[in-house]
Design a protein around this ligand. Sequence first.
Ligand code: HSE
Length: 441
Amino acid sequence: MVSYILAIFLLKIYLINLRVKMKKLKIGICGWGNVATGLFNTIENNNKFIKSNGNLEIEIVVIGARRDNPKCDPGAVKIERDIFDVIDHDIDVVVELIGGVDVARDLILKSINKKKHVVTANKAVLFHHGDEIFKEANSNGVKILFESSVCAGTPIIKLLTEELSANKVTKIAGMLNGTSNFILSNMEEGSDFKPTLELAQKEGYAEPDPTFDIEGMDAAHKIGILSSLAFGTPLPPDDFYIEGISKIEKIDFKYAKDMGFTIKHLAVSKLNQDKIELRAHPVLIKKDSYLANLKSVRNGIEVETDLLGTLHIAGSGAGQESTASGVISDLVNLANSNDNILELDSNRNIELVDFMSLSFQYYFYIESNITPEAVEKITSIFAKKKIALESIAHKEDSKENISHIIVITDLFLERELQYLYENILNLESVNKIRSIRIESN
Ligand code: HSE
């Protein structure tokens, strides 16, 4: 009895010690832009929560900043003008927030070789060099964490690799670029593309070169990483259809709405028989669907699993605070786990589906100045390819003296699209054509 009470007493002391023994990490931040200064401020402002919830004290030892940032005073923290000098300091972790690919790869590999753990928000460098980086980290016994590389602080990486580890994942589909969703949902409310993009840049959502956001590359990097984690697809993938939102116009939202749809940018990685379908492009999706109702800079992901069914995750997918939240979650994870955590493993010989072999229903917007003739000829072009039309309608635009011909097709093979474009645009009565795929569910 006495030894039983003693054992309980010792266990309690052990548990109390476990709880109170605060972990400490010394970090060096590389980069001093929007994201890095956001991290600096968040570590200062939310210090209380990081300590009480994460059991972690973070000491910022050094910052690699090529130049000062007038928006943030680093106080007494040592500044290195050459970001590579950060690695030489007495730190446990290099937090890579410089973005870009080549210099970031170099910095990460050098950090690994100096036995520093790396936390990065950089999806582009992982997309292009993930395999190499993880191999190096493994052989040097250090960890790479990258929660904020996909959806910023909205948790998906650890969720996929830890919480869902007992599940067979069959599909991941989501709006992974905050800037695109910000632009599209503002256009849906009547704003124009260009000023909305400028606003996204001002708010710090868009990449330094916003081409990556609006042409689909950023979302492609993110789904590439998720796909590699969930299915082992190669990085970079060898067959990947990528299209951005830059060709969408306000009028498309009106026609989409009339038919019960809205327009989103969707990135998909999906088990398709024994291969993986990987694509990132704009879609028409049903207005009442979960993803359709996520507005502004929010990201949203649906994960289809065997044990949980469909899981929905949504949250801010860009910006200083959200990214800081993801980076800090990695630091907490790093400090509180002993084992080797996740690794991108793209050597599982997984083949990608040939995009041209997929079938989609389509929305077409066609502009014409000789309506009846154009409608007849367009219908016969689709008929020639045996593509059935769900509807074909035209609306007069009296101001421009043209008509808009709106076509909704049945499913047809992606490889027929080019033929349709060439032949419809060849018609004398047609001035303009664009199309958006319709996502089936
Ligand atoms: N430019 C990115 C976006 C930032 O808009 O989603 C977060 O990765």
